[in-house]
Design a protein around this ligand. Structure first.
Ligand SMILES: [Zn+2]
Length: 154
């Protein structure tokens, strides 16, 4: 796959780290939206760990009058499992490498947020930026594969 130089426009080979003509770095810069994605993941991880803690509280606290002990335990267990189940991917996401599948993983994490109304104002702009070509390039996804680059630099 070809890498186009952002500085001079020269199409370089995939394995080139720097541009053959102007020596600019060919690795895409971190898009500004990436740090918002990290913030989003941290907030979601906190939200789900809180859910898990609430689950533990439900399981061990005195059950409500309207709820039997078994019901409280089941509810607690569901909260705990859901909380932990969602906490792990959100907590891991900021540490994942810049790989093509990680872009898909991030997309799934943003879409999970879309399912809750309170996250919509955050998730919609995040999703729009996530789908932009810069973000895909950052994760090494090639959207429009260029033909093999001709050696233009000689
Ligand atoms: Zn260049």
């Amino acid at each position: 796959m070809a890498k186009k130089c952002r500085q001079c426009g020269l199409v370089n080979w995939e394995y080139d780290e720097v541009c053959q003509r102007c020596s600019a770095s060919l690795n895409p810069a971190t898009p500004p939206v990436y740090k918002w994605f990290v913030v989003y993941c941290i907030l979601m991880a906190l939200l789900y760990i809180t859910t898990a803690v609430m689950g533990i509280v439900f399981m061990f606290a005195e059950p409500d009058r309207e709820m039997s002990e078994t019901e409280a335990k089941i509810m607690g267990a569901v909260f705990l499992l859901l909380g932990l189940g969602f906490f792990v991917p959100y907590a891991l996401a900021p540490f994942l490498p810049r790989k093509s599948w990680v872009w898909v993983f991030g997309l799934v994490l943003i879409c999970i947020g879309l399912s809750s109304a309170c996250c919509l104002p955050v998730c919609i702009p995040l999703l729009i930026y996530w789908l932009k070509p810069e973000m895909k390039a950052f994760y090494g996804r090639n959207l429009n594969p260029l033909p093999p680059p001709p050696p233009q630099w000689n």
